[in-house]
Design a protein around this ligand. Structure first.
Ligand SMILES: [Fe+2]
Length: 143
């Protein structure tokens, strides 16, 4: 696996994990802000699916093989796991603000590893900007 595909694979599993967690929260959120958070989470998942596809297909374009299997996500994702059961809306807002921000920072820390592959760097720069915007959408709901 090349340096580029290795970086992209690490991003892919985190984006896949975030997408699964987005659905988990979408199904389990409760509280006064249920409806807006429930709908917001599906918008986030839709965006994450688009980014997952972009990153996976960049790996394939480079001659690699993206690994989106559940076992790959479980064994290599760096996103903290979500607790099972009901999730209070205010907790969901905090959790997704934190996870989206952390993932953005984790991806940004890998830009230097892609100095010889600016097309991959460009893909990830766009995703970081999107993650920052998504984090803001959650953060803005905090009092
Ligand atoms: Fe739904």
């Amino acid at each position: 696996m090349s340096q580029s595909t290795s970086v992209l694979q690490s991003v892919l599993v985190d984006l896949l994990d975030l997408g699964l967690q987005g659905k988990q929260a979408h199904w389990n959120v409760h509280g006064p802000a249920f409806r807006s958070v429930h709908l917001q989470l599906d918008e986030l998942v839709e965006q994450l699916i688009s980014w997952q596809d972009e990153v996976a297909e960049r790996i394939s374009a480079l001659g690699g093989n993206p690994d989106g299997r559940a076992t790959a996500i479980v064994s290599t994702s760096t996103v903290p796991t979500l607790t099972a059961g009901p999730l209070l809306d205010t907790d969901v807002v905090t959790v997704f603000t934190d996870r989206l921000t952390a993932t953005s920072q984790a991806i940004s820390s890998k830009f230097a590893d892609l100095e010889d592959d600016l097309a991959s760097q460009d893909v990830l720069i766009g995703i970081v900007a999107g993650l920052d915007k998504a984090a803001w959408f959650f953060r803005a709901q905090k009092g």
